[in-house]
Design a protein around this ligand. Structure first.
Ligand SMILES: Cc1ncc(COP(=O)(O)O)c(C=O)c1O
Length: 404
């Protein structure tokens, strides 16, 4: 029997206490953000980490640092949480939706390449449900067309692509520490990059354009501002800084990230067992050499008669914990259908001389087929007995339907 994991352990508490003991005095010397950034960068083999307050503003900062200007195009997948696309709009840029691959649900490099125009500046890839897309192919396309790649790894921690840790393959990698993620600080996020000039831009953009902050320095010291003539703000920035308390929790989480991730992988593998040989359940495929970190276990229900809602209802009737649906494709969300970008549509309309994609059914046929089929199972079972119980319930549900 696997042990019960404490999702939030003693280290988190210890580091939080260290922050509180400073009374939040700038001069008290607490630099939890710096400690966290150094540890996170080291873990993923990156040169720079810039902590943020969530995993949406990380993408916004990364787009800015990548040189994406208002009116530029950025290629994104539509099958993902909408933040991936919202960040593009926040930068007054144009999201261009590329289709996904049916078996893996992640962005299709062939679809990306077809969409590149002279206005394309960047690609945001998403490691959906914990599985990275074909990053080698995407990097090759990006280099050929002089584009930068931002990995959105909000759902992928310690995943592998061709036996390489996911998080330092693109030009930037963004992570989220929102509650549901592999590691969490309640809210939070970080961007990794290997290039100092990008890290400088990430920092300035995320810390109000302060002159005193830099690639490895997120904290403004008292001495920095003790001069009435001091020029504080060298560029427009946002206040996207991670709070010290969040950094304390994130540092603690990072120190036992392996067990947090492994538990999700173990739970996914446990739930995959009763699905083996069931032709109407098609789990997200993990290509050879890749490691899916299973933020959730996503499975396509392709039975001609069993309805998504009925399967979920039966599973819950038997005591199942509930099953999540995949997000609506971003371009089918009301904000796209109504073109309500909170006023940004005016800026975009003025700047963008090209033909916008038509945000209609048919834009990304594979994603449109896959999205309504996805059953996403929870994998965060810290108490293994609960996972075993859920696996039994799943087996019973499958048997119930397989006999008809
Ligand atoms: C793929 C993806 N990108 C971005 C985000 C945004 O992260 P946050 O909630 O920290 O802003 C999330 C999740 O919340 C996500 O799943």
């Amino acid at each position: 029997m696997k042990k019960i994991i404490k999702r939030v352990g003693n280290k988190e508490l210890q580091y939080v206490k260290e922050v509180l003991a400073t009374n939040f005095r700038t001069s008290a010397g607490c630099n939890m953000i710096g400690r966290f950034e150094e540890a996170f960068a080291k873990k993923f083999g990156a040169k720079f980490a810039v902590a943020h307050v969530n995993g949406t503003c990380t993408l916004h900062s990364a787009l800015y640092a990548a040189g994406v200007k208002p009116g530029d195009e950025v290629i994104v997948p539509p099958l993902t949480m909408a933040s991936t696309t919202m960040a593009v709009l926040q930068q007054d840029a144009i999201p261009i939706f590329a289709d996904v691959i049916e078996d893996t649900f992640v962005i299709n490099p062939a679809s990306i390449e077809k969409l590149i125009t002279p206005r394309t500046k960047a690609i945001i890839t998403v490691a959906l449900y914990g599985l990275a897309p074909d990053l080698d192919a995407i990097m090759k396309i990006a280099r050929k067309h002089n584009l930068l790649v931002i990995e959105d790894n909000a759902q992928c921690f310690l995943g592998k692509y061709k036996n390489q840790l996911v998080g330092n393959i693109g030009d930037f990698a963004s992570f989220s520490f929102q509650n549901s993620k592999h590691m969490s600080s309640g809210e939070g996020g970080v961007v990794l990059t290997d290039r100092r000039e990008f890290a400088e831009k990430l920092r300035k953009f995320s810390v109000l354009g302060y002159a005193a902050v830099s690639a490895k320095k997120g904290k403004i010291a008292k001495n920095d501002i003790q001069n009435p003539n001091y020029d504080r703000h060298v560029s427009l920035g946002y206040n996207y800084r991670m709070p010290e308390l969040c950094a304390a929790v994130a540092l603690g989480q990072l120190e036992h990230l392996e067990e947090l991730v492994q538990r999700r992988i173990d739970a996914a593998n446990l739930f995959l067992k009763p699905m083996k040989g069931i032709s109407w359940l098609k789990p997200q495929q993990t290509p050879a050499g890749c490691r899916n970190s299973y933020w959730s276990l996503a499975v396509r229900l392709v039975h001609p008669r069993i309805k998504w809602a009925d399967f979920r209802k039966k599973f819950m009737e038997f005591g199942g914990d509930g099953i999540y649906a995949a997000w609506k494709l971003t371009y089918l969300e009301p904000m796209f259908q109504r073109l309500d970008f909170s006023g940004k549509e005016i800026v975009i309309n003025k700047l963008y001389q090209g033909q916008l994609q038509e945000y209609k059914r048919g834009l990304c046929p594979v994603a449109e087929k896959v999205q309504p089929q996805i059953l996403a199972f929870k994998t965060n079972y810290w108490d293994w007995r609960k996972a075993l119980k859920q696996a039994e319930i799943l087996k019973k549900t499958i048997k119930f339907y397989d006999q008809r």
